[in-house]
Design a protein around this ligand. Structure first.
Ligand code: ZN
Length: 187
């Protein structure tokens, strides 16, 4: 039985200065880095990445910031790279999602080193029973990832302070929703 930290989409485009920057993106990246470089209880740390090539209507010239967005996290660009303050040596595996479609949940992602391995399978193969989720954005990819983690049967917690929302109210609502469906919120 082991515990994993799932770091959701802590990528340049989702931080201030990026094409879809959240206000607290830098703080979240730095906070997560402190967590993973200090003493912690995670057996494995994995990261998800939004990784777009041609995701259809996920991209829009007139985005509504709910289900259509400005161009972001294009595969192999600076915007898709992990935040520069993160110690990447701590990350065991990356799970990339959204090449040709919108993909909010990290559980839609496949391992960067082996495209046939999806996140749930990888975690189970590594004996993970409990996951802790942090990252960006609370109201979208964190929400979707944590919900799928519950569906996959993992024990799930979310570190509220280490998540950044696109929209503050929606972010709070997402945490309430997650608590209602069985996740623990660490505040
Ligand atoms: Zn996206």
């Amino acid at each position: 039985m082991s515990k994993a930290l799932i770091m959701v989409d802590v990528q340049n485009d989702f931080c201030p200065g990026g094409s879809l920057g959240t206000e607290r993106g830098h703080d979240v990246a730095r906070g997560i880095n402190e967590l993973i470089t200090g003493e912690h209880s995670y057996d494995v740390i994995v990261a998800t990445q939004d990784w777009h090539i041609d995701p259809g209507t996920h991209f829009s010239d007139e985005p509504n910031f709910v289900d259509t967005w400005p161009v972001h996290c294009t595969a192999d660009t600076e915007g898709a790279r992990m935040h520069p303050d993160l110690d990447l040596t701590k990350i065991r595996e990356y799970f990339r999602k959204g090449e040709y479609t919108a993909a909010y949940s990290g559980f839609e992602g496949h391992a960067a080193s082996d495209e046939s391995t999806l996140l749930a399978q990888w975690l189970k193969d590594n004996g993970v029973t409990e996951v802790v989720v942090a990252g960006i954005a609370t109201d979208h990819c964190v929400l979707a990832t944590a919900k799928d983690a519950l569906k996959e049967g993992f024990q799930v917690s979310i570190i509220a302070d280490l998540c950044a929302p696109v929209d503050k109210t929606r972010g709070e609502n997402a945490l309430t929703e997650l608590e209602e469906v069985g996740a623990s919120i660490i505040r």
